[in-house]
Design a protein around this ligand. Structure first.
Ligand code: AMP
Length: 397
């Protein structure tokens, strides 16, 4: 990565304002159900503390839409963070204003302050310059370690860098290094697996992966539109009628570039969109009226495996079926196991954030992959080749 990181600057005796992504899931009782994102920020926080900085953390949580919402306060996160760091974590009632200023000023080296939810102010997402200036005034230096929001130019990800010098934390560095090197210098064969609900969300990433990868495996709801483009009937399956032509063009493009483009040959169909629906396996050419495709079938799992077995680099975005329902999670689960196997055999396996990352976490396989991205939208935009404003705003090496 060509951006400076915390290693490149002297943080000793400085108040360091750090944007983290603590947007963790909470249950009705305000208990954190998955603290992955908090744990992911620990290396940067610990490094700063060990090197004599006072650490001021800021994050958003949920969608409070520009006003304070009691259920979206960061207090439960401060408690969990304090347990993980084995240090007290001070909080504020608002992320800007006199109390935050006073607490930031009083903060000593080795101490941690967590500002209240940034999105209690609508100015955060609007990248309001005055709001950004007030945040920036709390620190001497800025660190961005929130990969999950790096694709958005918000006050805390971009605006603050107008008045504070900014560098990246270890998480952002790791994400960019993994995703970047996989795309720029992949060990070949390079195989991309693309699934998820809609083709429309994935057109840009498919275009890029067709030109970069050697083989592209297609699953999930979006495979239906490709099957339709091949002239197959797909019953009541999720279909984007307006994208059938785009799907056909993508297939042609892959062919013209000599790339292997693999569609499902068999599918799991159900008579309803429900976890307990009647279901069976049929050939992709034989989907009856009244039924819908909810997963790839066993022959397709094997077809995918035959390609994956030779791969040295694998990038995956989007589940291969409705993985939230056990009956339609088999394609996703089998592919996770195949990726674990490939990782153990020395291949580089990269899971884009969002639903595919959640499925990998749920299978307990996250630590068995080379890299599981913490950013859904951010990793997708990076794979598309777009500039992430939160990274672009940091100082060059
Ligand atoms: P995405 O966020 O684009 O990665 O899409 C993930 C979503 O796609 C998950 O919620 C899946 O349930 C959904 N999905 C995957 N396969 C299908 C399918 N065959 N039909 C409908 N939805 C699907």
């Amino acid at each position: 990565m060509n951006k400076k990181t915390v290693r490149d600057i002297d943080v000793s005796g400085k108040r360091v304002l750090v944007r983290v992504d603590f947007n963790v899931p909470l249950d009705d009782q305000q208990h954190i159900t998955d603290d992955t994102r908090i744990v992911a920020a620990l290396p940067t926080i610990r490094y700063l503390l060990d090197h004599g900085a006072a650490v001021i953390l800021m994050s958003h949580l949920g969608r409070p839409k520009g006003q304070p919402v009691a259920a979206m306060r960061l207090a439960p996160i401060a408690i969990r963070l304090s347990e993980l760091l084995k240090l007290p974590v001070e909080t504020t009632a608002d992320c800007i204003g006199p109390e935050a200023e006073q607490k930031a000023k009083a903060l000593q080296a080795g101490q941690v302050l967590l500002l209240e939810n940034l999105r209690f102010h609508k100015e955060e997402e609007k990248n309001d310059p005055e709001f950004a200036r007030q945040l920036a005034a709390l620190g001497d230096l800025y660190v961005n370690d929130a990969f999950g929001t790096a694709h958005r130019a918000h006050a805390s990800t971009e605006g603050v860098t107008h008045t504070l010098p900014g560098v990246s934390g270890f998480l952002v560095e790791k994400e960019i290094n993994f995703l970047g090197s996989a795309l720029e210098h992949p060990q070949r064969p390079f195989v991309a697996i693309v699934g998820g609900a809609k083709v429309s969300d994935k057109i840009a990433v498919l275009e890029r992966l067709i030109s970069l990868a050697d083989s592209i495996l297609i699953g999930g709801g979006m495979a239906n539109t490709f099957l339709k483009a091949q002239g197959y009937e797909i019953g009541d399956s999720l279909l984007e009628e307006s994208k059938v032509d785009v799907a056909r063009e993508l297939i042609t493009k892959a062919k013209e570039q000599g790339k292997q483009f693999v569609l499902p040959t068999d599918v799991v169909i159900a008579d309803r969109f429900a976890a307990d629906a009647n279901h069976k396996v049929v050939a992709a050419t034989e989907v009856p009226q009244g039924w819908r495709i909810l997963d790839i079938g066993p022959a397709t799992i094997q077809d995918f495996y035959a390609v994956l077995a030779k791969a040295q680099t694998i990038v995956w975005n989007g589940t291969l079926g409705v993985a939230e329902m056990p009956a339609f999670a088999k394609g996703t689960e089998a592919t996770i196991q195949h990726l674990v196997e490939r990782t153990q055999a020395g291949a580089t396996t990269i899971i884009g954030g969002g639903d595919s990352a959640a499925a990998v976490e749920q299978a307990g396989a996250a630590s068995k992959m080379s890299h599981v991205s913490t950013g859904g939208g951010a990793s997708l935009e990076f794979l598309e080749g777009r500039i992430l404003p939160g990274v672009a705003a940091l100082q060059d090496k």
